[in-house]
Design a binder for this molecule. Structure first.
Ligand code: ADP
Ligand code: MG
Length: 312
């Protein structure tokens, strides 16, 4: 296939709702059904854009962690292996959905690839001294004391807690670059990627999780994408969220984003990393970043009144 570097690059970071909507059980049938919404839009957009897709893995890795607790007949798997498993499982589901949607458009030869992705983290990242990210099932306090890993009290019960270090670099950035230059649709950085630390010549996986929005902006900067889009279950960032005064911000400068973040409008662990990631992208020279909802992926590309659009 001819290199097609004339098409701009669109990176789409899919939130958890692309696979499981609020209130659903999360069966595989539901997940495939949900994926049709982004799948149809991305298939159409792929005519005009080179495409990179990243995605979260919270509920999927949560289920695998629960399975670890339920079975003693086989050895327990470390978190890095479970993240790798979700990259495979979700990548497969996105690929097969996109494949179908591309065929429905009469496009039979667009290549797709899912890449197991390593993301380097810093062993001195302060997050390792103060793990804050709860993962997996909730346990009663008596059970939590006997577990072989640290836990934290949450409203649901005691949950395993791991560090959420900042992504330093995407190990496969060159592979991803070359694949999109050949017009492959690349699915990568699933669940924020497998966190690794360089030890000598080796990369070793660590028990941690990387925020998928922060991993996605790292990749967007390293590959040099034209549009960085974060897709979730609300059409953009709101100020005074959850109150009567709530209002979606349509245009946001880097300065305004910093001011609203500091004022506490965008909480850690939900809208906070999305606004921080989008603002970082344009601050570093990126052309356009957008936060929007799953239904509006296509609209947000062409209509600047959709979502929250970040400008320098
Ligand atoms: P994802 O799985 O897409 O990463 P998250 O649940 O982490 O989704 O983040 C999206 C959620 O953030 C929304 O469903 C909304 O409830 C919440 N949220 C918190 N603060 C805001 C805000 N200021 N504006 C919009 N949504 C917000
Ligand atoms: Mg999230």
């Amino acid at each position: 296939m001819d290199p097609n570097t004339s098409k701009p690059v669109l990176l789409i970071a899919l939130g958890g709702n692309a696979l499981i909507q609020k209130g659903q059980e999360g069966s595989i049938t539901e997940q495939f059904e949900n994926l049709r919404v982004p799948g149809q839009q991305i298939a159409r957009l792929s005519a005009e854009y080179r495409i990179i897709i990243t995605h979260g893995n919270g509920p999927q890795v949560g289920n695998l962690l629960l399975q670890q607790e339920c079975c003693d007949a086989v050895p327990k798997l470390p978190l890095e292996i479970l993240v790798a498993q979700t990259e495979g499982q979700i990548g497969y589901m996105i690929e097969s959905t996109l494949d179908q949607e591309l065929m429905a458009l009469g496009i039979d030869e667009r290549p797709l690839v899912t890449l197991i992705t390593y993301v380097v983290v810093d062993r001195n990242d302060p997050a390792f001294r103060n793990p804050t990210k709860p993962i997996g099932p909730a346990f009663p306090p008596e059970k939590a004391r006997s577990l072989p890993y640290p836990t934290v009290a949450t409203p649901k019960g005691h949950r395993r807690v791991v560090a959420s270090p900042r992504p330093v670099t995407i190990v496969e950035r060159r592979e991803i670059q070359r694949l999109i230059d050949m017009d492959f649709i690349v699915i990568c950085c699933g669940g924020g990627g497998i966190p690794v630390i360089r030890e000598g010549r080796a990369f070793n996986g660590v028990d941690a999780v990387i925020d998928k929005d922060l991993a996605s902006v790292r990749l967007a900067r390293e590959v040099g994408v034209d549009i960085f889009m974060i897709v979730t279950d609300v059409d953009g960032a709101q100020i005074d969220f959850g109150t009567e005064k709530a209002r979606r911000l349509n245009r946001l400068t880097v300065k305004e984003a910093a001011r609203y973040l500091a004022a506490g409008h965008f909480p850690e662990g939900s809208m906070g990393p999305k606004v921080a990631a989008a603002a970082e992208f344009v601050r570093a020279g990126g052309r356009r970043a957008v936060i929007t909802s799953l239904e509006k992926i296509e609209a947000a590309v062409s209509d600047p009144s959709v979502g929250t659009q970040f400008t320098p």
